[in-house]
Design a protein around this ligand. Structure first.
Ligand SMILES: [Zn+2]
Length: 258
């Protein structure tokens, strides 16, 4: 029997990813308001009418309905199709790149956690413990079977969580107020569990650099003060995605500059 060509299996993985993305949207919407993520069925946030199955097809339904509820015609956020599309692309690309195996599972579980954390931090300035704390455990358990290895994962948890915890207290001592939420060290510890300590430092540097860049741009264009800056968890999520994908290559390239 012939094996299906990689492009076909990657496409199947992407379609599965779109369905997972649809579930991530439910998590993003419901975790901050503390309702169950499995019950009841999805409803329009405006008129509370239950969503039919054909209105719940990832990306397609949103486009077909023109981004509006079918009955009350109130707009349905762009977040929904964007999250579904990103999750689909992530599953397809991860399958293409890693193939079936523990590393594939490790990367997409990590990626899903990052997507949910990014979206909730952006909207609510919150990094829920129900994602970060189990994330640390799952990342550490998986490290026994794949990258980055259990010792590197353990060091990642300590270095990741510890470095930001240190910054948190330094900021508290110097500025007499909290500069970062306590969710950030937990998120960084989770990143450490999945990435290992070296790539966690790469992710943190990337997040700090892009965070300062965006913050500075916003101040210069008078779009906001330092206080109204984007939540740091968003930059951490992007930094983690960077470190998990092109991080090792970027480090190689950087070291060869000198
Ligand atoms: Zn509605």
């Amino acid at each position: 029997m012939n094996e299906a060509p990689p492009a076909v299996t990657a496409l199947v993985a992407a379609l599965f990813g779109a369905i997972v993305g649809s579930f991530l949207n439910v998590c993003i919407y419901r975790l901050p308001i503390g309702t169950s993520i499995v019950w009841p069925a999805s409803a329009c946030p405006h008129c509370r009418r239950e969503i039919e199955w054909y209105e719940n097809i990832p990306v397609v339904s949103w486009l077909a309905l023109g981004g509006r509820c079918r009955t009350c015609h109130q707009p349905i956020g762009m977040q929904y199709p964007i999250v579904e599309a990103i999750t689909a692309v992530m599953f397809g690309a991860a399958w293409w790149y890693y193939g079936p195996g523990v590393l594939f599972a490790q990367r997409v579980i990590f990626g899903c956690a990052l997507i949910v954390l990014f979206a909730i931090d952006l909207e609510h300035q919150l990094l829920p413990n129900v994602i970060t704390l189990p994330g640390i455990v799952v990342g550490f358990i998986l490290s026994f079977f794949t990258e980055p290895g259990w010792l590197n994962s353990l060091l990642g948890i300590v270095v990741g969580g510890g470095s930001l915890l240190l910054m948190f207290y330094l900021y508290l001592v110097v500025r007499k107020r909290e500069g970062l939420g306590m969710g950030d060290p937990k998120m960084l510890a989770m990143m450490g569990a999945f990435l290992g300590w070296e790539m966690t430092i790469v992710a943190l540097m990337f997040a700090s650099f892009t965070g300062s860049l965006v913050g500075l741009t916003m101040m210069l264009t008078r779009r906001g003060s330092m206080e109204s800056m984007l939540p740091f968890g968003c930059f951490l999520a992007v930094g983690a995605a960077f470190a998990a994908t092109i991080g090792p290559h970027a480090v190689q390239w950087y070291l060869h500059l000198f």
